[in-house]
Design a protein around this ligand. Structure first.
Ligand SMILES: Cc1cc2nc3c(=O)[nH]c(=O)nc-3n(C[C@H](O)[C@H](O)[C@H](O)COP(=O)(O)O)c2cc1C
Length: 169
């Protein structure tokens, strides 16, 4: 295959183990930049981000999820919120946040970094917001853990394409 976008889509895997190497601030900015170029309804861009490198904060956040080890191991975290004041339609704004997150995962892949979308931590989303000292209007969508992947192949599976296609008329 020769297409770099398709290659990145198929190559990307959730990365949950990282080396101790730091993530450059420029790389984190680039990932977020890719995120904000996602589509959004009415181009309302409801996403907001907290970029977290501080070890103590990472450790506090780690206590809020059963994926504690991933959060502790990742040198950087991106907490993705939607701003309720910027929203116009709950479903569409959440879809936009998902598109934004996927853009960021692909950007991390393109930069040779590894990332994983963490959703289980949403069970404690209010606590996450309080630890980050953010306004109540910010609704957590996900935390993305980012780091340099440890060596090794990651595998994932998908059901056959046919099993998803309802009709092809
Ligand atoms: C909405 C959502 C929530 C997720 N939450 C978690 C999570 O809390 N912990 C985790 O390790 N992976 C989480 N993942 C990653 C999935 O487990 C992963 O994408 C899936 O197993 C497919 O693997 P792949 O990303 O390598 O293709 C989440 C993914 C999505 C889209």
């Amino acid at each position: 295959m020769q297409n770099p976008v398709l290659e990145a889509i198929y190559r990307r895997r959730s990365i949950r183990e990282y080396t101790r190497e730091d993530v450059a601030p420029e790389a984190l900015q680039e990932i977020v930049q890719a995120g904000i170029w996602a589509p959004s309804g009415l181009n309302n861009q409801p996403w907001r981000f907290a970029l977290i490198r501080d070890e103590q904060i990472r450790d506090k956040l780690a206590q809020l999820t059963k994926y504690k080890k991933i959060v502790q191991a990742a040198p950087a975290l991106i907490a993705v919120f939607v701003d309720r004041d910027a929203m116009y339609d709950e479903v569409k704004d959440h879809q936009a946040a998902g598109a934004c997150i996927q853009n960021m995962l692909l950007a991390a892949e393109a930069l040779g970094l590894g990332a994983v979308w963490l959703g289980q931590i949403l069970l404690n989303k209010e606590e996450v917001r309080r630890i980050l000292d953010l306004d109540e209007r910010l609704d957590l969508m996900a935390v993305i853990a980012v780091g340099h992947p440890t060596p090794g192949e990651r595998r994932s599976q998908r059901k056959p394409l046919d099993s998803f296609i309802l009709k092809s008329i």
